[in-house]
Design a protein around this ligand. Structure first.
Ligand code: GDP
Length: 369
C-alpha cells in the first residue's frame, strides 16, 4: 500500500532500519495518523537539535551552486558568538546575491542594551569581514522577538527569488526555520525535501505563494567554537539560556580569572581596571594570582575548576596561549568563541594572555556593549 510507505510530510519513502538515513520512522510512529518521517517530526515539533550538519568544505561543495542562482541568502548568526558563528568566505560563496543577516539570541543581551547600537556594531563588523549585507535584523527565535521583522525583511529583499537559509550549528536555525514553517506553510500538505545527488543529505523546502521556496541547509560545524568541543552534557553549562547577568571583576595586573576549567584569562600588565564577563551563569569564575594559576589548574581541574568533569578532562584539547595586546583608547572585548566575552572597561590598554582549548577562536574586538 503506497500510503503506508511514504512520509505524509515530505513524500520520502519511509524505512525502519537506519535512523541516520532519510525517511527513517520509528516503528511506534507508524501507529499515528498521518505517518511522517522522523525528520519531519522533528521539524514539526522541534524537540531535537540533531539535524544534519556538515563541515565547511562539504557545505561549500554541496551548496556552492548558490552563487550561480538568483536568490536571497539569509545568514543566521548568534549574537553570543558573533565572530565564531559567521560563515567564513560567505561573500565569495554567495556570488552577487544579497545577504540578509539575521542576528539571533538577542534575548541574551542585558535589558538596558541599546539595540540600534548593536545593529550598527554588526554592520561595521560585517563590513570589516568584507561582507555586503542588505539588512541586519535582530531577533530571538526562542522568545519570539523580532520575528515579524525577519519575515518582513525576507519579503522585502527576496525580489521573487528563492531564499537560502544558512548558518553554523547551534545558532538557533532549527528554531527559526520552525517559526518560518509555521508562518509560511501548511506543513503536512506541502513540505518537501530534496536530496543532493550522491549523499544522504537533504534540504527542506518551505513553499512560498509564488512557487519559490525557502530552502533550509545543513548547519556548518565549526571546531573553533567551544560549543562544538565540550561534552554534550556540559553544553548547558556554557550556553546561556536567559538574559546574561554580567560579572564585574576589579583586577590588578598579575591576576587571573578561570572560567571553570575551560579557559583562563591572565591580566599580565596594565593599570588596575575592571573587567566585565558576559558568560553563562552556569560557569563559575575563579580568581587567583597569576603566579598560582598553573598550580591551581594542575591540582583542581575537574573539581574546583569545572566543567569539564574530571572524567572528561582528557577529552578536551589542551589549553593553548593567546597573547593579546589591547591598545589605549576605545572600548574592547576579548571573545572566546562559544564561551562568551570579557569587556575591558578602562581605555588604558592592557597586556593579556588568554588560555583556551587548542583550536578555539580567541579574538579582540571593538566592544559590543
Ligand atoms: P541550530 O543548530 O542552529 O539548528 O540551533 P537550534 O535551533 O537547535 O538551537 C541551538 C540552541 O540554541 C538550543 O539550545 C536553543 O534552545 C538555543 N536557542 C535558539 N534560539 C535561541 C534564542 O533566540 N535565544 C536563546 N537564548 N537561545 C536560543
Amino acid at each position: 500500500d503506497d500510503e503506508m510507505i511514504h512520509c505524509a510530510g515530505c513524500g520520502v519513502k519511509l524505512q525502519l532500519d537506519d535512523p541516520g538515513k532519510l525517511g527513517y520512522v520509528p516503528e511506534q510512529a507508524l501507529l499515528k495518523e498521518p505517518v511522517i518521517c522522523q525528520r519531519c517530526y522533528r521539524i514539526k515539533h522541534y524537540n531535537d537539535a540533531s539535524a544534519i550538519t556538515l563541515n565547511q568544505d562539504d557545505f561549500l561543495r554541496l551548496l556552492g551552486h548558490i552563487g550561480s542562482t538568483k536568490s536571497l541568502v539569509v545568514n543566521i548568526v548568534d549574537i553570543f558568538d558573533f565572530e565564531g558563528s559567521m560563515i567564513s568566505g560567505l561573500a565569495r560563496f554567495v556570488g552577487g546575491n544579497p545577504v540578509l543577516l539575521v542576528v539571533n539570541k538577542i534575548d541574551l543581551l542585558p535589558k538596558v542594551t541599546n539595540l540600534n547600537r548593536i545593529v550598527n556594531w554588526v554592520q561595521k563588523q560585517a563590513k570589516q569581514l568584507g561582507l555586503k549585507i542588505v539588512d541586519v535584523v535582530l531577533c530571538s527565535a526562542k522568545r519570539n522577538l523580532g520575528f515579524d521583522r525577519v519575515i518582513e525583511a525576507i519579503g522585502e529583499h527576496r525580489d521573487g527569488c528563492d531564499v537560502y537559509v544558512v548558518g553554523a550549528t547551534n545558532v538557533g536555525k532549527s528554531m527559526l526555520i520552525n517559526r518560518l514553517i509555521a508562518d509560511f506553510s501548511d506543513l503536512e500538505a506541502e513540505l518537501t525535501t530534496s536530496q543532493y545527488p550522491g549523499t544522504t543529505l537533504d534540504i527542506v523546502k518551505i513553499p512560498l505563494d509564488d512557487g519559490k521556496s525557502i530552502i533550509d541547509t545543513p548547519g556548518i560545524v565549526y571546531k573553533h567554537r567551544l560549543t562544538e568541543l565540550v561534552p554534550k552534557r556540559d553544553l548547558a553549562r556554557i550556553m546561556p539560556d536567559r538574559t546574561i547577568k554580567p560579572l564585574v571583576f576589579q583586577l590588578n595586573e598579575q591576576q587571573t580569572l578561570f572560567f571553570g576549567g575551560l579557559a583562563r584569562f591572565d591580566f599580565v600588565k596594565g593599570e588596575r581596571q575592571s573587567f566585565t564577563c558576559y558568560i553563562a551563569s552556569g560557569l563559575k569564575v575563579h580568581r587567583t594570582k597569576l603566579e598560582r594559576a598553573d598550580e591551581l589548574y594542575a591540582e583542581h581541574l575537574g573539581e574546583l575548576l569545572t566543567p569539564p568533569r574530571k572524567e572528561d578532562a582528557g577529552e578536551l584539547p589542551p589549553l593553548t596561549k593567546h597573547a593579546i595586546s589591547i591598545p589605549k583608547g576605545g572600548k574592547h572585548d576579548v571573545l572566546i568563541s562559544g564561551l562568551g566575552w570579557i569587556k575591558l572597561n578602562s581605555e588604558a590598554g592592557a597586556q593579556l594572555v588568554v588560555h583556551a582549548p587548542k583550536g578555539v577562536k580567541v579574538i579582540a574586538r571593538d566592544a559590543l556593549i
